[in-house]
Design a protein around this ligand. Structure first.
Ligand SMILES: Cc1cc2nc3c(=O)[nH]c(=O)nc-3n(C[C@H](O)[C@H](O)[C@H](O)COP(=O)(O)OP(=O)(O)OC[C@H]3O[C@@H](n4cnc5c(N)ncnc54)[C@H](O)[C@@H]3O)c2cc1C
Length: 469
């Protein structure tokens, strides 16, 4: 490092790195810049705002005590700290807005315990590796993101919300999905605190602002032989209605149900020859023993099963897993070919209404191509639209959002790096009271909470009292 004093923080990072020893660090600017990015470039708005924000130093602790040493040192120097797992978040959650220390957790990757119905891992454990270890014992994670090959358990719990399995097990925040977690404070003497039951939601989806997750216990479910299925339909209405029927079918237990507009499927070159062209797609993961019922359902709904393969068969055919066409991977397939695309996140009316979708489609215009994910919330099947939007201007994006809203849909802002924007929607002061307890100086992921500036000088109890207001 030549000039080791950062303009943003005024900290001498070479001296800081020396103080962190024996913790491994990376100071090479190209590598630090690489680890300062996530998938925020999905949004042209976030891309313009975040692409020049970089950290100063990366630390790679291998144990909870090395993590504590990093946090104590950051606390002593008032250094901003951003946690990083696999860096697959897509709102710039892991981008250091104020420079500072990036702590990458991937060296804290041990699987600590597998029991019937749950697994405990260190925060940096890779999700695919956890699932592989679980498969060997006849289990799998109840919910996991489509990014499992890169993402970490801690990053998913801190930054994610749902995924494969949500159609049966609900959202990550639902009771029993995150059984417990340990989070460390950023103080002079960092302490690990155990969160259980509903309290896990004070740390979940707080983007690493409310404490550093060191260990997580997640729910597991029995691992069954599952078939990756692609069925096609003449109209999007038919595909959407079949998706709803499949998600609540009494005799089929899918782990994934997604529907994709035919125009998006043209961006899936690896499926050429495997799915009928110019048809709307239903992607699902179905237990092998439920395949006869699945085929019946698709036929009764006017569809055609184009592809039905086990994981091993997909691999042998050099095809990706079916969830490479679901959740935000659908968007990624389009972005690989054309960076002019972006997306929205929209909650659909409950219960799912194929007629409401059919009415909406012509209003949206040719620059909006729909894609729905099916999930279980409060015992009911709901759907989320993650449409591809061909970006022209911010005004047009707002116009599209307004069309959704005027039809009774709820838009969750996908183009903000404020935690109160997309996921939380409203300020959650209980959340911020925990931030005050775990990170009294406000060093964790600074600049990502709209409300923190308002409450940072209050005590946790004063912040909590605001909930009643
Ligand atoms: C193609 C694609 C598909 C996706 N599919 C899904 C999906 O199916 N479901 C879903 O929910 N999300 C999905 N996402 C979003 C993202 O992948 C998930 O949130 C993912 O699990 C994040 O894990 P990660 O290890 O990459 O976290 P990172 O991106 O590294 O971090 C995410 C956030 O968590 C914080 N963090 C990381 N580790 C810790 C820790 N130990 N303690 C405290 N804070 C921490 C970071 O500071 C950051 O704010 C997708 C994104 C992409 C680009």
């Amino acid at each position: 490092m030549t000039n080791s004093i950062s303009g943003k923080t005024g900290i001498d990072w070479a001296a800081f790195a020396a103080e962190l020893a024996p913790v491994d660090t990376i100071s090479e600017p190209v590598l630090v810049k690489k680890r300062s990015r996530d998938f925020f470039w999905y949004s042209p708005i976030l891309n313009a705002q975040l692409r020049r924000s970089f950290g100063d130093l990366v630390a790679l602790p291998k144990s909870a005590s090395e993590m504590a040493h990093c946090l104590k040192t950051a606390h002593a120097h008032d250094a901003p700290v951003v946690l990083r797992g696999g860096g697959t978040g897509n709102y710039g959650q892991a981008v250091p807005l104020e420079g500072g220390l990036i702590i990458e957790t991937t060296a804290m990757n041990r699987i600590l315990e597998i029991r019937d119905g749950h697994v405990t891992t260190q925060a940096g454990a890779n999700i695919q590796a956890v699932n592989a270890a679980l498969h060997a014992q006849g289990q799998e994670l109840a919910i996991f993101p489509s990014t499992q090959d890169i993402a970490t358990i801690g990053g998913f719990v801190a930054g994610g919300s749902s995924g494969i399995g949500s159609v049966a097990q609900g959202m990550l925040r639902d009771p029993g999905n995150i059984l417990s977690l340990r989070a460390m404070s950023v103080t002079d003497d960092p302490q690990e605190r155990l969160f259980k039951g509903d309290d896990v939601n004070q740390i979940h989806h707080a983007w690493g602002m409310n404490g550093v997750i060191t260990e997580v216990t997640l729910r597991t479910v029995p691992h069954r032989d599952r078939i990756g299925c692609m069925a096609t339909f003449d109209t999007y209405r038919q595909a959407y209605a079949a998706g709803f029927a499949l998600a609540r079918a009494p005799d089929i237990a899918p782990r994934l149900v997604s529907t994709v507009d035919a125009r998006i499927c043209e961006y899936f070159p690896r499926l050429t020859g495997h799915i009928r062209p110019e048809k709307h797609l239903l992607v699902s993961l179905v237990p092998a023993e439920d395949m006869a019922a699945f085929r019946n359902l698709i036929a009764n709904r006017g569809g055609h099963v184009d592809l039905a393969m086990s994981g091993a068969e997909l691999k042998a055919a050099n095809l990706p897993h079916v969830f490479a066409f679901s959740y935000n991977h659908t968007t990624l397939q389009v972005l690989k070919a054309d960076r002019g695309a972006t997306y929205l996140q929209v909650g659909c009316p409950v219960p799912p209404d194929p007629d409401a979708i059919a009415r909406l489609r012509p209003q949206l215009g040719s620059d909006v191509w729909q894609h729905h994910e099916y999930s279980l919330i409060d015992g009911q099947i709901v759907t989320f639209d993650l449409p591809i939007v061909w970006f022209s201007t911010r005004d047009r994006l707002h116009e599209i959002e307004a069309i959704y809203e005027s039809n009774g849909f709820t838009v969750y802002d996908a183009h903000t790096f404020m935690v109160e924007g997309g996921g939380l929607k409203n300020a959650d002061y209980r959340h911020l009271a925990w931030k005050k307890r775990m990170d009294p100086k406000g060093l964790l992921n600074p600049g990502k909470s709209r409300e923190w500036a308002r409450v940072k000088d209050m005590s946790p109890e004063e912040i909590e009292a605001m909930i009643a207001d």
